[in-house]
Design a protein. Structure first.
Length: 263
């Protein structure tokens, strides 16, 4: 089966795209979530040359002051300028194919008709550069299809949308995902793993001492002089910090080493 427009290369599989999303979520400390099946969409895009000129407003004859030339990309489905995809489309244009991809896919409709094509591209270019539409010319528009994977992930009680570019693996939507606050058990486990390397002992000891000192000074300043009382709850909360935990673990490791050599 063949497509009506050239399709840029699919270099990333659905499985590879899903793995890439999982790795990025792991970096944000998300371990438990539901990732919906990825769906391949073929999105219509236009790559074209633009030319525009600026006039000298002080000149009654409207002398052309300067000219600008370049290349832009427009999403034909959403009808929006995508300058961030220009280089990617340029680099992969010659690698296109008319053959339809294997498996299930959805070719999105184009909202820019052939007879309106140049006018709409001119309007979008004029808006992008904030210049008069009559000062813009477009040439050599190329229509193509970009392969994109769409999916959703349920994190906590919210759903987040991700779009993975099947050409280079770029993921859109990660910036909307917050970093998950790690639990006490996770912090403890990570700290233990880090302390398995003796090279980290001195580093973490210094960080803990200085962080603990700053925290202690800050807390001391915030306590009213008239009521210097420490409740058992606040006292226990102090030991719930990463800095104190690191100090305790470093001291424990040192004591174990000392005991080993004494034996």
């Amino acid at each position: 089966m063949y497509l009506g427009n050239p399709l840029l290369p699919i270099n990333i599989t659905a499985l590879g795209a899903a793995d890439a999303i999982k790795k990025e979520l792991l970096k944000k400390s998300w371990h438990e979530y539901e990732l919906k099946p990825l769906k391949l969409n073929l999105m219509p895009y236009f790559l074209f040359n633009y030319h525009y000129f600026l006039e000298d407003s002080a000149d009654e004859q409207k002398t052309v002051k300067s000219t600008v030339h370049g290349i832009l990309a427009v999403d034909g489905h959403r009808v929006e300028v995508r300058p961030d995809l220009v280089e990617l489309l340029k680099e992969n244009w010659k690698k296109n194919t008319q053959e339809a991809p294997r498996g299930v896919y959805n070719e999105k409709w184009c909202n820019i008709e052939k007879r309106e094509q140049d006018d709409i591209l001119k309007i979008k270019t004029a808006k992008h550069f904030n210049i008069p539409k009559n000062n813009v010319f477009v040439s050599s528009p190329k229509k193509m299809l970009i392969p994109l994977y769409y999916t959703f992930a349920v994190l906590g009680e919210k759903e987040y949308k991700f779009v993975v570019n099947a050409i280079d693996g770029r993921i859109e939507g990660l910036d909307t995902v917050p970093n998950r606050e790690k639990s006490y058990a996770e912090i403890t486990r990570e700290t233990i793993n880090e302390l398995k390397n003796p090279a980290n002992w001195i580093k973490y000891s210094k960080e803990a001492i200085f962080s603990g000192k700053d925290a202690a000074v800050s807390k001391a300043k915030s306590i009213p002089k008239s009521t210097i009382k420490i409740s058992s709850k606040k006292f226990l909360n102090y030991f719930d910090s990463r800095e104190v935990l690191i100090v305790i673990m470093v001291l424990a490791v040192i004591l174990i080493i000392i005991g080993f050599f004494k034996i």
